[in-house]
Design a protein around this ligand. Structure first.
Ligand code: GLV
Ligand code: MG
Length: 335
């Protein structure tokens, strides 16, 4: 039997992270479904055709008395459903819960060969990832799996945010990190009752002594965490995602939240309903007009150096690199 670490070389202290600048397959949304729900299980092939990534949720939103049904339902999906190449992820229960050990043992043993990524909720520090890494290695060796299962962390506790840089590099299995605004709001003791999005009370301050009436605008509640998470992920060579947007009927609000994440560097977001799949596809695919301009930048600076003017705008080595990001993403999505 293989030794429980052999998929990866041991991490060398100070070694550069592997560079995975953009996903090599579309990753614009991670579509959640509840595998304890028989009707949803029957729709898995259809969901897999429209979503970039399909995720079976075993954690929050699945009631305590449905945990086993959800796990069993996922085993059924993994054994029988034709996903046509769409990656299958699972969000297991949190590490402090009584269910997570059975989740991991059952799923790796029964359907480890078709599970691509395990999403771990409420990660507080690199020690949580190290625990999962070790356990996965043991279970993979026992099940004689031929490829490693990757790990995705949800950033949804104040401690997790404080340790995000260490979490991002905690294991070579790390695929990415998602911002979980609902649990993070609770963990931080924010005074909100929402799942993601803004708040009408969180405003840019107007100057009370100013002589012109200044409008106040909503600020982005998640700006600081997203920016920090994007930097931590990018520095580690893994992928950042925005998480859930809970008000399914507020499509403009969802689009605005996704767009802020996209512009900031996230590769995708979670979708909780088919309407959000469509929003994520629109938002996380680069605007064709911008891609056309980016291609002109690449043509104007073929070797990526020097200064050039394009439509009155200065282009140089740095704008070449920005253009490369958009063009590479557009090309990947067109394949
Ligand atoms: C996601 O799990 C969240 O708490 O927002
Ligand atoms: Mg959560």
């Amino acid at each position: 039997m293989r030794s429980p670490r052999s998929f990866f070389a041991p991490l060398a202290v100070g070694a550069p992270a592997p560079v995975r600048e953009i996903p090599t397959t579309p990753s614009r949304m991670i579509h959640f479904f509840d595998p304890s729900n028989e009707k949803l299980r029957a729709r898995v092939p259809e969901m897999a055709r429209s979503a970039d990534i399909l995720l079976a949720n075993l954690e929050d939103a699945v009631a305590a008395d449905r945990k086993e049904a959800a796990r069993t339902g996922l085993v059924e999906v993994g054994r029988s459903a034709n996903l046509g190449g769409t990656p299958l992820w699972v969000r297991v229960n949190a590490l402090e819960s009584p269910w997570v050990l059975d989740d991991l043992v059952t799923l790796v043993t029964e359907i480890g060969d078709v599970l691509d990524v395990v999403m771990i909720p409420k990660v507080e520090g690199p020690w949580d990832i190290a625990y999962v890494d070790r356990l996965l290695a043991q279970l993979e060796a026992r099940a004689e799996l031929q490829r490693p299962i990757l790990v995705h962390a949800i950033l949804e506790t104040a401690a997790g945010v404080a340790n995000v840089e260490e979490i991002a590099v905690a294991s070579p299995r790390m695929q990415g990190i998602s911002l979980g605004p609902a649990d993070l709001a609770a963990s931080r003791r924010m005074k909100t009752t929402r799942v993601g999005g803004g708040h009408p009370g969180y405003l840019v301050m107007a100057d009370p002594d100013g002589d012109i009436a200044r409008p106040s605008y909503q600020q982005d509640l998640w700006h600081y965490t997203l920016a920090r998470m994007v930097d931590a992920c990018t520095a580690a060579g893994i992928f950042p995602y925005y998480g859930p947007f809970g008000d399914i009927r507020d499509e403009p609000g969802c689009e605005a939240q996704f767009r802020a994440a996209y512009l900031m560097g996230c590769v995708g977001a979670w979708s909780l309903h088919p309407v959000q799949i469509a929003i994520a596809k629109r938002v996380f695919s680069p605007d064709p007009e911008e891609v056309r301009f980016a291609r002109r930048v690449l043509e104007a600076i073929p070797d990526g150096s020097g200064v050039h003017m394009l439509d009155g705008k200065m282009q140089d080595d740095a704008t070449y690199k920005q253009a490369r990001v958009l063009v590479d993403l557009a090309d990947m999505l067109a394949r």
